[in-house]
Design a protein around this ligand. Structure first.
Ligand SMILES: Cc1cc2nc3c(=O)[nH]c(=O)nc-3n(C[C@H](O)[C@H](O)[C@H](O)COP(=O)(O)OP(=O)(O)OC[C@H]3O[C@@H](n4cnc5c(N)ncnc54)[C@H](O)[C@@H]3O)c2cc1C
Length: 323
């Protein structure tokens, strides 16, 4: 069963801990309830937003004027297993960290890099989450989705189709993006992932290494992870300067967004309660009482300064909701 609530504050459902309320709010634990809720939203002409782990969103101070669906579906099912590989179907609402832990417990390899990334599998597929040169898209065989369709008779609000299966190439995975993020026409229900059978102690070792690297680099505190995407840069001089300074090669002509911010000397800069982390320049932190507007102003200043100094346009990785 599900319960529609009204005027529910959303900040505590996000890792940034900012934002206003949802006009309507519902937690969904079973896929069958999702369909019922969508039928209701259709009848009431509510706009719909799916909130998962809330670790990649900035919700406006005005909140969301529609129905926020908090997706908590939790099933993980083995599809096939052989001596070398295992194929599993994972519900969109499963926490990525729980999945990483399950993979370790069962001796499934392929997800070690995802340790420490908060959020759900659905959010990860939507954003093609990745770390250490690996991405979730590389593991996806297929996804199950509901597709939004505009109902022309009733204006722009959304109607949802039956469950559709989409193979990985149709998902158009690219750097921190997918067709789901580009077109915003889909609700992800589950993903079918291809993992390898590995050795538990090797999986554990890799996980520990990745976790240590993450902890060494990233700040604690309320954030949404990397605020900006790493931009692709045409300017060869800039790429050479970055490579020389950092002693690492740029991949695909990308330079970390944090490098530009660091070079501007603005780490620690604060607008209201929003601050550029001292530890990682691409992490914007809520020091306790930030508003969404503080983050928008701070992000705007960063973008303007990076554009003026380097001729590079930063784009947000974090999704802006309700603006
Ligand atoms: C400390 C920290 C570290 C991080 N490190 C990384 C990292 O290393 N790599 C990385 O890629 N990201 C990282 N992130 C960002 C974030 O955790 C990931 O992008 C994560 O996959 C987002 O998942 P979520 O469930 O929290 O999505 P949410 O923030 O809830 O939603 C993000 C977007 O996905 C959509 N969405 C979510 N679920 C569905 C669904 N089922 N169907 C349709 N749309 C859906 C939402 O509507 C929204 O538009 C980090 C974040 C934090 C706070």
């Amino acid at each position: 069963m599900f319960k529609i609530q009204e005027n529910v504050p959303l900040a505590s459902y996000t890792t940034l801990k900012v934002g206003g309320s949802a006009r309507y709010f519902v937690e969904i634990n079973h896929q069958s309830d999702l369909k019922k809720v969508l039928m209701l939203a259709k009848k009431k002409e509510w706009n719909v937003f799916v909130l998962a782990g809330g670790s990649n969103v900035l919700i406006s101070d005005q909140g969301f004027n529609g129905l926020v669906i908090k997706l908590n579906t939790q099933r993980t099912k083995i599809i096939t297993e052989s001596q070398k590989k295992i194929i599993i179907e994972v519900d969109a609402g499963v926490s990525l960290n729980e999945l990483v832990n399950l993979a370790y417990q069962r001796g499934w390899s392929g997800l070690e890099w995802a340790i420490g990334i908060p959020g759900t599998l659905g959010g990860a597929v939507y954003n093609n989450a990745g770390a250490f040169s690996k991405t979730i898209g590389e593991l996806v065989i297929k996804v199950k989705v509901l597709r939004k369709q505009n109902n022309l008779q009733l204006g722009s609000f959304q109607v949802f189709s039956d469950v559709i299966k989409m193979s990985a190439h149709k998902c158009k995975f690219s750097y921190r993006s997918s067709i789901f993020k580009e077109e915003k026409k889909w609700i992800l229900l589950s993903a079918i992932l291809n993992l390898k059978i590995g050795e538990k102690n090797i999986i554990e070792k890799k996980q520990k290494e990745y976790l240590k690297k993450r902890q060494d680099k990233q700040p604690n505190g309320f954030s949404a992870g990397s605020f900006f995407k790493n931009p692709r840069v045409d300017n060869k001089k800039l790429i050479l300067q970055f490579e020389k300074e950092k002693g690492i090669k740029s991949i695909d002509q990308k330079i970390p967004a944090g490098w530009f911010i660091e070079k501007l000397g603005i780490k620690g800069k604060k607008i209201g309660g929003a601050q550029i982390s001292e530890k990682h320049a691409n992490f914007l932190i809520n020091t306790g009482n930030a508003t969404a507007e503080d983050f928008i102003i701070l992000a705007g200043i960063i973008k303007q300064k990076v554009r003026n100094h380097f001729g590079v346009q930063l784009k947000e990785e974090v999704e802006m909701i309700g603006f």
